[in-house]
Design a protein around this ligand. Sequence first.
Ligand code: PBG
Ligand code: ZN
Length: 324
Amino acid sequence: MPNPIPTIRLKRLRRTPATRSIFRETSFGIDDLVLPIFVDEGIDENVEISSMPGVMRIAEKRLPYEIERYAKAGIKAIMTFGVSHHKDAVGSDTWQENGLVSRMIRAAKEAVPEMIVMSDTCFCEYTDHGHCGVLHHHAIDNDATLVNLGKQSVQAARAGADFIAPSSATDGQVAAIRQALDAEGLHETAILSYSTKLASSLYGPFREAGGSSLQGDRKAYQVDPMNRREALRESLLDEAEGADALMVKPAGMYLDLIRDIRNASDLPLTAYQVSGEYAMIKFASKAGAIDEHNVVRESIGAIKRAGADLIFTYFALDLALQGI
Ligand code: PBG
Ligand code: ZN
């Protein structure tokens, strides 16, 4: 028997860095990334979040400086999260004209008007019970929460937010917000819905970052991570309600859902690499088990390959500073 000689050799396209580079199917750059930030109204200096090494709670008065720094690095879009010291049962600070949500947006827009500001639209960082809406007999009152989402969204839009990004997993949230915005003539403000939001255990570090008061979990309103059909249905519903863009969150463990939605909808699709995904990569690389530089790029590239147009990641600033 002669030695078998393959005629098809896939290695031909892998021989040199230049060949690999021209045949690479997926790439990402600064235009594909959004930086989520935490702004604390109760501190004077930035404080590092211990479960997210390298990520800070930003002191509110330092926000303009930070926004300018991000813009210089090339960041085009941020998502704002408030760390509130004015919590109550319904999160009413979120719809005050001079509440933290509005102040963050105004400060960011004043510092760098062309920075795209997406306002995370929820209540869990502003409620004393830590749930994402109005509680009634220990359960979320969906429709009372819709009214408050409308109030918060109108206020955020007036403060200058480019995108309202509802993350409260409230049924009907996109339609309610669109209606509330349009009733005030705020037709230009877009809605980027956290449309497929899983009841994941990967939000732990975020809840530390945001000083969450949550007891229990969000399984009664976020999607069961084991449900693929329901995950698709959630995003298609938000499309039907008028969302301008969709999201899958978390990202890395849900690439199948990203692909399902990509195939079923023509809306822009985003994915959120959440705090737990960040922490896993950070702590594993700190321990010397993986190479941070490479794993960050592999994880974000994989999310892009699955079908996301835009990726929310706490690594966005590092990537921007390193020229991606
Ligand atoms: C709030 C919200 C959460 C995240 C974004 N918006 C947390 C939650 O649902 O508890 C998670 C972000 C992260 O973990 O990085 N509704
Ligand atoms: Zn919430």
